[in-house]
Write a protein that binds this ligand. Sequence first.
Ligand SMILES: [Zn+2]
Length: 395
Amino acid sequence: MTRKAKSEAPASAIAESAHRLRYFEERKQAITETIRQLVEVESPSDNKPAVDRLGSLLAGRFEALGGHAKFHRTPNFGDHLQVDFAGKSSAKPVLLLGHLDTVYPMGTLSTMPCRISGQKLYGPGCFDMKSGIALMLYAIEALRVWHGDELARPVTVLLVSDEEIGSDSSRHITENLASKSQAVLVLEPSYGAKGAVKTARKGVGEYILKVTGKAAHSGLDFEKGESAIVELAKQIIAISKFVDLKRGITLNVGSVRGGTRSNVIPAEASAVIDVRVARIKDAAAIDRRLRSLKPFNRKCKLQISGGVNRPPMERTPKVAALYQQARAIAEQMHWKLEEAAVGGGSDGNFTASLGIPTLDGLGGVGDGAHASHESILISELPRRTALLAGLIETV
Ligand SMILES: [Zn+2]
């Protein structure tokens, strides 16, 4: 590359991105106000009417931007909202992925009201992930303004209603739309104080181990009993040896139950196990190891159920390439966008494991997801929106 070419192209790109950043800086209050509106429509996963209220509000907002909204009806959870935007080009759409639901029970707003303090907006679900939804709205609006009331390329928005409870009812919709898309941009919260995007997420599984022993009176017939609790305790020690931190494999026995009273040899005991793996092949290996557990006491029976419900999002070359594109856009704004690998799963795990380039954690920068101090940084909103708009155009 000649010296001239090297200095010219970036200069115009940098000027353009400065212009875009200014555009979003001017809309910072409007974006913040939208986030407040979304937070003030509470939407716990288990409350269909509440989630549907938020879905309708957003369908209206996206339709006002020229999108075609449709709902995937679900009897027990909120309806999943899909919005399709046509584009000038015949490129495959970019899928903007997110969720409507939050982990906060109805009425949380009364003890945890949405409020602004300094550069922070607080409120249930503001970080995970109502600010991400607001970024979608403003990025799409801007792209239409910049391209003469039309998007340069097709965009699909999918907001599911059950992400916080495992995405069982939406998974097939997410996978179907992702498989038709060029790339998937997930507007889940970013990572850490610097707002890193997420290029790897662990796969998540849940298993239940049940032990059946034999009850007996602990005083009269001690030797006739087979303690399910003793057996479970030994199994828990065995399971804890499957942990391999270097490979990113963790197993956590998160709860145990068993027995009835102190003078009865317990006939039943069970444990719930959370499993996290960084690589898909480790999911299969751990599954095999759990299913082949043998009782230490031959007179006890083991029963294992469950499985890995979110495959890991691995940092494949396609994921890395998408991150590089995001980094280049950020760099034009003099911003060093970092990446992170995290232990929690999202719907991005499904799309990445299908082999569709996926970048996660593009949403707000904040703190306290799922906690009483959940908040986002208002000052970060303009450049996050500019990054999203840039990615929609370039991927
Ligand atoms: Zn989330």
